[in-house]
Design a protein around this ligand. Structure first.
Ligand code: EPZ
Length: 418
């Protein structure tokens, strides 16, 4: 079993190229099956979740080949609209296959993705959105069976700006005759990237980034070559790492407009941030002040995917911070491990009260989910002595090689086989 072994106490320095965004790649890969032709995705990042999505495409009959840092997908051979539970159990975002399969085959049969360690992860909004397009849906024996032979363009009103539900409805309607409108759509940068990807194929999608997205159905799509955006959560994680360790780092490829909420909080805590068109630089001298309140919201609010990382930062900041997690019902699993490192955290429902302590102490801790694992690594970077983080397969789902990235920034961290 692999573990990360971290020697704490070093400041971070240097430049790092930010990797392509996991949460942009996953819907884009799913969407590639819509087009009966060839698509090249540049700067592919081989996260384990991405590699599982590649396996799903192959199981549908697509031919997928890595060529350098590009992925060439030929979906002309796709002949199957079934996504088995062996895949949906491994990568929840296989639920994004519903929309593309309906566009391509007018049918889809996807195993229920189920919950994960951070929450139940319901998909009622996906189902409701597709039903608004007259998709007949039957949920039986753990499968979602969709019949889209009578699908029609229409209006979809999302009760909550769900990222996945927005993406599924976008992809289900690109070839639907007429105009589909999604109200209360998610506004994340990855939604805008999906719009740009679909339009690079000849689709006509407008409004992504706002709360209303319009899709004018087209008859056919064409081949495309596309380069997705960089990962704002990986970039944000490393900005927080530097805020915790001190030092000065620059993240190339990171975009200010994708991390406004985090940047505001880091400046509020005393960090110096410099941004240009395609990079973000952070400088930190000495202890930072606690951020009084951090509340996760859909974009452009503070991202839930950076909540565990900034909570780890509050454990050693000066003062007290209240962290409120509004999106997931169990995204505080990191706290018990941080307390074992000396943190002072009280949890009440969806609220964590974090009292800054002088410093954390190295310990042997266990990651229970992707972003919680990243938060534990950040805590280990600042803790006195050595920290080992176990179950790091969670972290590999969303960080290409967190230890290599951090070593490039002067950290002392290595991956060991236990
Ligand atoms: C995407 O998940 C991201 N994953 C998540 O990142 C991210 O946390 C989330 O958006 C919010 O930003 C990918 O893009 C692959 P949602 P998704 O539908 O689409 C509720 C990471 O760490 N909801 O916006 O599943 C749901 O319970 C991952 O990279 C319903 O109630 O998120 C949650 O409370 C974790 N019914 C909230 O909405 C539904 O049908 C956000 O879910 C769908 C969602």
């Amino acid at each position: 079993m692999e573990t990360l072994y971290i020697k704490g106490g070093r400041e971070l320095y240097g430049d790092l190229e930010v990797v392509t965004a996991k949460n942009a790649l996953l819907p884009i890969l799913a969407g590639s099956v819509i087009h009966n032709g060839k698509i090249v995705i540049e700067k592919i990042a081989r996260f384990s979740d991405v590699m599982f999505m590649v396996k799903i495409l192959e199981s549908l009959g697509c031919n997928v080949v890595f060529q350098g840092d590009s992925l060439v997908i030929d979906a002309s051979g796709a002949s199957n609209f079934l996504v088995k539970d062996e895949f949906t159990k491994k990568v929840r975002s296989s639920v994004f296959m519903l929309g593309p399969l309906l566009s391509r085959f007018k049918r889809a049969r996807v195993a229920y993705p189920g919950g994960c360690n951070i929450g139940n992860r319901p998909i009622d909004l996906h189902i409701k959105g597709l039903k608004a397009l007259n998709v007949k849906i039957e949920e039986k024996h753990g499968y979602i069976n969709c019949d889209g032979r009578d699908m029609i363009a229409g209006e979809v009103h999302l009760d909550f700006p769900s990222v996945g539900a927005t993406e599924n409805v976008m992809m289900a309607s690109v070839l639907l005759k007429g105009t589909t409108i999604i109200y209360n759509s998610a506004r994340e940068p990855e939604i805008e990237d999906l719009q740009n990807f679909l339009n690079s194929l000849g689709a006509r999608v407008y409004g992504a980034g706002s709360s209303t997205i319009v899709i004018e159905g087209v008859e056919k799509l064409h081949d495309s070559q596309y380069c997705p955006i960089k990962d704002r959560i990986v970039a944000g994680s490393y900005l927080i790492a530097c805020a915790m360790c001190g030092g000065n780092i620059r993240l190339n490829g990171a975009r200010k407009e994708h991390n406004h909420a985090l940047i505001g909080k880091l400046v509020q805590s005393g960090a110096t941030i410099k941004c240009d068109k395609n990079s973000i630089e952070i400088g930190v001298k000495g202890k930072l002040h606690s951020i009084p309140t951090i509340e996760t919201q859909p974009y452009p609010g503070f991202p839930t995917d950076l909540q565990n990382q900034i909570l780890a930062m509050q454990t050693i900041s000066k003062g007290t911070s209240v962290v409120i997690e509004n999106l997931y019902e169990s995204r505080f699993k990191i706290c018990s491990e941080l307390v074992r490192m000396g943190a002072d955290i009280t949890i009440k429902d969806r609220m964590a009260i974090v009292k800054g302590v002088g410093r954390l102490y190295g310990a042997s801790v266990v990651a229970s989910d992707l972003r919680g694992g990243a938060g534990l690594v950040l805590a280990g970077l600042t803790a006195e002595g050595y920290t080992t983080v176990e179950d790091i397969y969670h972290i590999d789902r969303g960080y290409l090689s967190i230890e290599e990235d951090l070593c490039k920034l002067n950290a002392e961290i290595k991956r060991c086989n236990k």
